[in-house]
Design a protein around this ligand. Sequence first.
Ligand code: CTP
Length: 135
Amino acid sequence: MKRVITFGTFDIFHIGHINILERAKELGDYLIVGISSDMLNMQKKGRAPIYSEVERIKIISSLRCVDEVFIEHSLELKGEYIKQHKANLLVMGDDWFGKFDEYKALCEVKYLARTPSISTTEIIEVVRNPQNSNT
Ligand code: CTP
């Protein structure tokens, strides 16, 4: 059985999120998702997520393609999470291209193309300043 792992914040769930999760699942049999804690999101993106980690866990774990979720507390622990969950494949969006190659010592690593023209950051900006929207 091929176990696939991926990581992200998945705040304000959108089409890019489900696309990458479904494609990750298609590459194996069992999909494990590490969801950034609220604190980790603060460190990574300099803002608190709109949806709390408890809400994001509930949303992601309700998806048909997701088999297991856990909270990612630290970027430095990625190797530990890969080992703990016995992952055979790490999938990340290509905004991270090359950044996780060090984990090729532990498992296969694949970067998938992002869905164009959508991101959580963009949604937040459009909601805050609708006049800046180009849609
Ligand atoms: N992702 C994607 N396509 C998008 C947006 C995100 O494939 N249009 C992927 C990312 O590459 C990552 C996962 O979804 O593997 C979770 O990304 P996350 O950072 O939570 O979402 P973003 O929308 O990119 O958030 P932000 O704008 O805050 O960076």
